[in-house]
Structure formats: C-alpha cells, structure tokens
Design a protein around this ligand. Structure first.
Ligand SMILES: [Zn+2]
Length: 288
C-alpha cells in the first residue's frame, strides 16, 4: 500500500479515537459534578424549545446557548429549511408540539452558510442537493433586488441568510400542525435567529410587522374539536353528513358545468375563427 495512504489512514484513525476519548472525558467530568447526572437524564425529557438549525458543524445549538442535554429538541438540515412535505421535519414538529408541549420554536440560520452561498450561484452541486437548495433560490428570486444591492459578497450571503430564516419561520406558521395548535389555544411562538459565526453572537430577527394570523389567512385551517365530532354523529338522517356531502357535490357539479359553458360562450368567437381556418386549410388541401 502506498506510504502516503497508510500515513493518512493512521491520521484518520487517530482523529476518530480522539472523539471517543473525548466522550470518556465528558462522562468523567459530568459524574464528578453530579454522580446521578446520567441516571436523572435517563428518566425522560421535557425540553422547552424546538430548534431547527443548519447542519453546519460550526453552529451547534447547545454549545452556543450554553444549554444542557434535555433542554432543546433539535432538528438540523442543510440551510435550516422548513419544507412543507419534509416527513422527517413534520414528525419532529408534531412530536415537539403535541407530545412534548413545546411553546417556542426557533429557526436558526447562520452567517457564512455554505448552503445559502451555493444557492446564490449557478454552479450545480449535485442532483438532490440542487433540488434541496431550490427552496433558497425561491427566496433569492423574490428578493434579488435587495440582495444584489449589497456590494460585499459576504453581505449578500448574510442578507439572504436572514431572508431565508424569515421564509422558514413563515413556513412554520403555515404548517397544519401549528395551525391546529393555535386553534386549540396552544400559544406556539416561532422565533428567527441568525448566529454570527465570526463573533459567536446570536441575533434575534424581526420577522414581520403583521401577526402570523394576518399573514397566513389562506393557510388557516379549521379543525373539528372532539365535541363537534360527537355532535355531527347525532344529526337527523336528512341532514346527515353523507347527504350534505352529496348535495354539496351535486351543487359543485352544477356550478362547474355552468362555469365551463360560460367559458365556451366567451371563447366562441375564437373557436369559430379556428374552425374557419381549419376549414380553409382542408379546402385548399383538396386542390393539391
Ligand atoms: Zn449553513
């Protein structure tokens, strides 16, 4: 085997062992402070915060906020995105809100974010990654004038990082799990943070002057409470949910047919013109 490869492998193994040795030192230190620390930790968790952060190794939530294991429920992905169809993230949000009863959700972005930087260029970083970063490109496209007004390249990235956090906070507002929590009177708050890698400080971001309810009217879902579900089971046969649904569907069908007929009438002139043109073509084809 090449000498260089052997030397490189030894270095890698040493690095790997250093991480495991670090764990032994961590346990020893904790046990020295409190011999029951891990026994207490094993009894359960009741974190007060859900943090959605970037996977970047420079932005570890617990270290940055001087919090202990058990205090923050954490989900991390590239560029702290809240994609509505992300099954993994939705399970985390649902568990945090409905089972851990967390009332504070934080989206934490950071400066010098590789994901944000990559989304600003046209260079491909690979199939799935390009697809993932498209979510940031949407934010960039929407605010390109503002972002490009900055001369310094790092300022552009920082500006897009902030706008990205804002967009992800709003995605959480629109999430049905959060909409349901709000309707049930659970006051879930969503915060936006930007961690400045170059200073170590976290800055709270202003998300919007409007309330989430004003911003997300289109996404506001109405959920039936348990008491309402019970009531709907006891309505008379003529007003049963099944009959109502059938009537509503028939009404919808009538409206649809009227709507299509209306469209046809409005386009009748175009239709006639097209027919004449086609007819003319057929007539002229006969001469060939
Ligand atoms: Zn990042």
């Amino acid at each position: 085997m090449n000498q260089q490869i052997v030397s490189h492998s030894i270095q890698e193994i040493n690095h790997y062992n250093r991480v495991l040795e670090g764990n032994k030192r961590y346990v020893a230190k904790k046990m020295e402070e409190d011999p029951l620390y891990f026994k207490t930790l094993s009894k359960g968790q009741s974190p007060k915060y859900l943090l959605i952060g970037c996977s970047d190794s420079r932005a570890p939530p617990n270290e940055l906020t001087e919090t202990d294991p058990g205090e923050i429920f954490i989900h991390r992905n590239i560029a702290n995105l809240v994609i509505p169809t992300d099954l993994n993230l939705n399970c985390v949000i649902q568990y945090a809100v409905e089972h851990l009863h967390i009332h504070n959700i934080v989206v934490m972005g950071h400066t010098c974010c590789g994901g944000v930087k990559a989304a600003m260029t046209q260079d491909s970083v690979g199939g799935l990654l390009d697809l993932w970063l498209n979510q940031i490109k949407l934010v960039y496209e929407k605010h390109a004038d503002l972002i490009e007004s900055f001369v310094d390249e790092n300022d552009k990235i920082t500006c897009l990082s902030q706008l990205n956090v804002r967009a992800q906070v709003m995605n959480i507002w629109k999430n049905p799990i959060i909409q349901k929590a709000w309707q049930k009177g659970n006051p879930v708050m969503v915060h936006g943070w930007l961690f400045r890698v170059e200073t170590g400080y976290i800055e709270e971001l202003l998300i919007d002057q409007h309330t989430p309810e004003e911003m997300c009217k289109v996404y506001a879902l109405k959920f039936k409470l348990e008491s309402e579900k019970q009531l709907s089971k006891h309505v008379s046969p003529t007003g049963s949910p099944k009959n109502n649904a059938k009537k509503r569907f028939q009404n919808m069908q009538r409206k649809l047919i009227e709507h299509i007929n209306q469209l046809k009438e409005n386009k009748i002139e175009d239709f006639d013109l097209e027919t004449k043109e086609i007819g003319g073509f057929i007539e002229s084809s006969k001469d060939l």
